[in-house]
Write a protein that binds this ligand. Structure first.
Ligand SMILES: [Zn+2]
Length: 226
C-alpha cells in the first residue's frame, strides 16, 4: 500500500512557466476575464475524454488534466491538451475517493505517454449534481494541486454542465470564463468559444466534423433531444 502523503505531483514545485504568448489566446486577452488571474483553454481531445467518462457513469469518475503552462504579461495561461482517466477509484454516487494507487498509476501513465507535458490539474464528475467543490474536493485540491496553474474541472455528464475552479490567492474560486477550442479536430484549430461558469454543452463535437453515430451500447444518446 502507498500512503497518500507519499504521492506528489512530480517536479511542479521547481517549475517556472516560460514567458510566452499562448498561440490560442484570443486577440483581446481581456475576453477571458480577470478573475481568477489565470487563463484556461480547454482542448477538444481532453474534453472528449472527460465527457465520455462522465456521461457513461452514475458513479463519480475522474482523472488528470495534462498540458502546458505559459506566463504572459504577468498572467498564467493553462492549455489543457489531454485528460487521463483514472481507473482504480473507489467511487460511489456521492463521493469519489482517489486512492493513492489511483494517483500513482495516473502519474506513471502520464510519464510514459506524455513525458514532455505537465500535470495542470484534475477533473471529476458530479453525476446529476451541481457544479461545486465539496470540502473533500477542496482538501484534495490543496493537498495534490497547490501550484498556481493547477485547476479543477467538475462535470455533470447527465445534465451536460461543467465548470472550472482555480487558485485565487489562498482560496479556490470558480473560473467565470475560459477558452474552449471545440472544433479543433475539424480543422478550425483557433476557433475559440468562451465559456461561462458553469457552462452547458449540447454534445461532444464529432472528430470528423460529421455527427457521430449513436452507440447502441449507450442507454441514452449524448444529445438531449435537440
Ligand atoms: Zn466533487
Amino acid at each position: 500500500m502507498i500512503s497518500l502523503d507519499e504521492i506528489r505531483i512530480e517536479s511542479s514545485a521547481s517549475y517556472t512557466p516560460p514567458e510566452q504568448r499562448p498561440s490560442w489566446l484570443p486577440g483581446d486577452a481581456a475576453d477571458l476575464g480577470d478573475r481568477p488571474a489565470i487563463g484556461i483553454r480547454l482542448g477538444d481531445a481532453a474534453f472528449r475524454v472527460v465527457e465520455g467518462q462522465a456521461s457513461g457513469s452514475l458513479d463519480e469518475v475522474g482523472g488528470l488534466l495534462v498540458g502546458e503552462v505559459l506566463c504572459w504579461q504577468g498572467r498564467l495561461y493553462v492549455d489543457i491538451e489531454q485528460a487521463l482517466a483514472g481507473e482504480r477509484t473507489r467511487a460511489g454516487p456521492a463521493h469519489i475517493t482517489f486512492t493513492a494507487e489511483t494517483w500513482a498509476a495516473l502519474l506513471r501513465r502520464k510519464e510514459r505517454e506524455l513525458p514532455a507535458k505537465r500535470v495542470v490539474g484534475w477533473y471529476h464528475s458530479h453525476p446529476r449534481m451541481g457544479i461545486f467543490l465539496s470540502d473533500l474536493d477542496l482538501s484534495l485540491h490543496r493537498h495534490f494541486f497547490p501550484q498556481a496553474w493547477h485547476v479543477a474541472l467538475v462535470i455533470n455528464g447527465q445534465d451536460h454542465k461543467a465548470g472550472f475552479f482555480a487558485w485565487s490567492g489562498e482560496t479556490i474560486q470558480p473560473v467565470p470564463r475560459f477558452a474552449w477550442s471545440a472544433g479543433e479536430a475539424a480543422g478550425s484549430r483557433f476557433a475559440l468559444h468562451l465559456g461561462e461558469h458553469p457552462f452547458g454543452y449540447d454534445r461532444v463535437p464529432a472528430r470528423t466534423g460529421t455527427q457521430r453515430a449513436p452507440s447502441r451500447r449507450r442507454k441514452r444518446p449524448l444529445t438531449s433531444g435537440r
